[in-house]
Design a protein around this ligand. Sequence first.
Ligand SMILES: NC(=O)c1ccc[n+]([C@@H]2O[C@H](COP(=O)([O-])OP(=O)(O)OC[C@H]3O[C@@H](n4cnc5c(N)ncnc54)[C@H](O)[C@@H]3O)[C@@H](O)[C@H]2O)c1
Ligand SMILES: O=C(O)C[C@H](O)C(=O)O
Length: 327
Amino acid sequence: MNVEKSLIYFRMHIYTRDSMVKIAFIGVGKIGQTIAYSVIFDGLASEVILYDIIPELPEKFEHELRHAMATRGLSTEVIGTNSLDDVANADIILIMAGKPRKPGMSRRDLFVDNAKIQIDLAKQLPPRNPGALYIMVANPVDMMASVFMRFSKQLTISTGDTVETMRMRSYISKKLKVPVTKVTGYVAGEHGEDAVVLWSTVKVNGKPFEEVAKGVTKEEVENYVKSIPGEIIRVMGGTTWGPATIIKDIVRAIVLNEGRVMSIATPRTYKDEIIHISVPIVVGAEIGPSLEGVLPESDKERLNKSVEDFYKVYKENLDHLLQVIKQ
Ligand SMILES: NC(=O)c1ccc[n+]([C@@H]2O[C@H](COP(=O)([O-])OP(=O)(O)OC[C@H]3O[C@@H](n4cnc5c(N)ncnc54)[C@H](O)[C@@H]3O)[C@@H](O)[C@H]2O)c1
Ligand SMILES: O=C(O)C[C@H](O)C(=O)O
């Protein structure tokens, strides 16, 4: 696949009354279950496949979902399975399969263990799911998307900084006591340590952040965005409700062809690799164009630094991984 820019145009089913969308969830632990539930209860899929390696987990989760759907009269066809053979002909495949980090860990610490899972899935999923769009959730999510796409040659996006974007907006909303719908703006770069708040895009009631940020500093906002997931993991054992709802909205934007600007990570060619970096981009039945080209130099410089750092760390990890799997 020749991916020259971060703009991707791909056609896929547009969810209308007469076209059905089949969505597969690979890894139905904490975040996978919450995303699947949210997708079904938003009416975004006509058929859902739940796959995990834990015996009976997908099947029992299927029962749970059927019980919940019964009270709402929902007729989504749900199948829980421990066999990858059953994951076939899906339109969208979300991959949550992977270890989560423990308190004190960086997402990047998960690279080798979770990359091995993605390489295995990259071999097994595409033959049975021609033309599927893959949405990576497992961390380090952008690097896992790059690994999966490298080994599968299939169109893969990462949930990227959609999560940081909503964390940033919610924090500013709370601190300035304004409705979150009055806060706009995006976070870009890598999901995690190298996330970059695109301050030129951040506005409150239509005014630039600097003009209205009474007593709230940019550093404070950036620290919150980067530290809050680790704090939630420390106390609650994992992040679920926030990311799952946000990730469900990525699926919603695609399936309902909403054309919503979201900071997902799309593939781009950088030096000798395809890497996944988040920039605000139009998300619908087609993905693109992105706002990257219209960012001011101040934001572009910080974003480019994040891209360079991502590539350096990714390449080091990838080269190490290739040595490990050759052994
Ligand atoms: N992108 C985001 O914003 C975001 C948000 C939350 C969690 N995550 C990431 O998602 C991943 C899962 O997090 P979680 O909290 O659900 O963890 P979890 O341990 O609750 O669930 C992971 C699930 O993956 C399954 N699994 C492992 N290997 C598998 C394989 N080869 N095939 C299929 N399933 C497999 C496990 O059996 C488990 O059920 C982690 O990497 C976590 O960091 C990302
Ligand atoms: O922080 C994590 O490890 C989970 C996820 O990447 C998140 O940002 O919620």
